[in-house]
Design a protein around this ligand. Structure first.
Ligand code: ZN
Length: 183
């Protein structure tokens, strides 16, 4: 199995959500966790390609900013996993995993990852949600999920996103290997 990992946003170009108190950025957090996921997958013998790019659907594509969806579709990957942090009103917290539509293999993958994160880090379980509007879910040709790891603007969640990056990464990698066993 080959996994395409997409830490959301782009360090230096698009910070994504930012914690208003400590300045922690989504782009840096998910890039760090994505790198750790890649390490765990490699250890498990799973092929992995990682791309963080500001270009979601191919707009303004150039050498430094390649299209995520096109690159993923041409990579030969069997599954696509995008990593993001949520943000809302400072009070909302927890983990949710987004799919293009419910049912099918993407939902199986989403449930496996969601379960490992919620159990592994004792997160509030916000469940699986259909988001057909998201380019990385709509324009990818393999089962695709977008994991909203936690709320970066929540003071409890941001501590986990900072101090438990390895736990998030291990949970995501385990969710992926759980899914592999279901296939
Ligand atoms: Zn994001």
């Amino acid at each position: 199995m080959k996994v395409f990992l997409n830490p959301g946003h782009k360090v230096g170009l698009d910070s994504g959500a930012v914690n208003p108190t400590n300045g922690k950025t989504e782009a840096e957090t998910v890039l760090k966790i994505g790198g750790l996921v890649a390490d765990y997958l490699a250890t498990a013998g799973i092929d992995c390609e990682l791309l963080q790019s500001n270009s979601l659907a191919g707009e303004d594509e150039d050498r430094n900013n390649p299209s995520i969806c096109r690159t993923a579709n041409e990579s030969g990957a069997d599954i696509f996993v995008s990593l993001h942090c949520n943000a809302a009103n400072g009070r909302a917290q927890g983990t949710e995993t987004l799919v293009y539509s419910e049912g099918g293999s993407a939902t199986g993958l989403a449930k496996a990852i969601q379960k490992r994160i919620v159990e592994g880090l004792d997160m509030v379980d916000r469940g699986i949600k259909a988001r057909p509007d998201l380019a990385v879910l709509r324009n990818t040709t393999m089962p695709a999920v977008l994991v909203e790891l936690a709320f970066i603007d929540n003071q409890d969640d941001v501590i986990l996103l900072t101090e438990n990056q390895d736990d998030f990464a291990r949970a995501i990698a385990r969710g992926i290997t759980d899914y592999q066993l279901m296939m």
